[in-house]
Design a protein around this ligand. Structure first.
Ligand code: GTP
Ligand code: MG
Length: 240
């Protein structure tokens, strides 16, 4: 019998997420059907053997693990996953259980409208919640980062790592992200304006340590400068 085609790809970048990946995988495949979904884990050769855990999970679910040996970094890891995706609809999310897999159907439903380029799992619209234990310095950091990006897009949570896009609408040659903020990069480089924000409940990471450090914040400022430059010189581009 011929397998049904993959409709949805979930891309999860990982670095040292072995304790979170099994629960994440269970929750994804409790929400989406195994036969039309694939999970792509893009791991940068994590020392905790996240890739080995992903391989074990692939015995029970359609999980593919892409291990990058030469490169390190969240944004380029996501692009690797986007390029490898077989589904027309691609969801990107963190591994650390901050993003609820149970909201993926709402993101995908937003793409049922053929004009919508992207659906963002948002922490900052009516109906969103942020876990009380998200530290104050992370809130402040996030607020400053969002204020700096406000002129680039109307999306309130343009820093979200949880979003859905259409594979055929992606132009990889236009992308050159540095650091963390791949959603903002996709929005600005593609000139997307038709974006739906879906409220989510955002949790503090479940297990493991953060990879967000001062270096990443400096890279964010450099990334923003490049996006402002791009937005200024490419003002006539818009949704596909
Ligand atoms: N492949 C890859 N994944 C990464 C890298 N850095 C972070 N990630 C993954 O990207 C996602 C987001 O990273 P986090 O460390 O959770 O960043 P954050 O959400 O801003 O910070 P915390 O939740 O407080 O830790 C997680 O799934 C990480 O494992 C990297 O260099 N390479
Ligand atoms: Mg996180």
């Amino acid at each position: 019998m011929i397998d049904p085609p993959v409709r949805t790809t979930v891309v999860v970048p990982t670095y040292n997420e072995r304790d979170n990946l099994p629960t994440l995988t269970e929750r994804i495949f409790n929400t989406l059907p195994d036969d039309t979904t694939e999970l792509i884990v893009v791991d940068d050769n994590s020392p905790d053997d996240t890739a080995g855990v992903a391989d074990t999970l692939s015995h029970d679910h359609p999980v593919r693990c892409l291990v990058r040996l030469e490169e390190r970094g969240l944004a380029t890891a996501v692009i690797t996953g986007l390029r490898a995706a077989r589904g027309d609809r691609i969801v990107v999310m963190d591994a650390d259980l901050s993003h609820p897999p149970e909201r993926i159907p709402d993101l995908l439903a937003a793409l049922d409208d053929p004009r919508v380029a992207m659906a963002v799992g948002s922490r900052f619209v009516a109906g969103s919640h942020i876990a009380a234990d998200w530290p104050w310095h992370r809130r402040l950091n996030s607020w400053v980062a969002r204020m700096l990006a406000r002129p680039l897009t109307d999306v309130r949570d343009m820093m979200s790592g949880f979003f859905a896009v259409r594979g055929p609408w992606l132009h990889f040659d236009d992308l050159s992200p540095i650091g963390y903020k791949i959603a903002l990069e996709l929005i600005v480089r593609h000139g997307w304006t038709r974006i739906v924000e879906v409220p989510i409940t955002f949790e503090e990471r479940a297990a493991g340590a953060t990879k967000l450090n001062l270096r990443e914040q400096w890279r964010y400022v450099r990334h923003l400068a490049r996006l402002y430059h791009h937005a200024w010189f490419n003002r006539d581009r818009s949704d596909a």
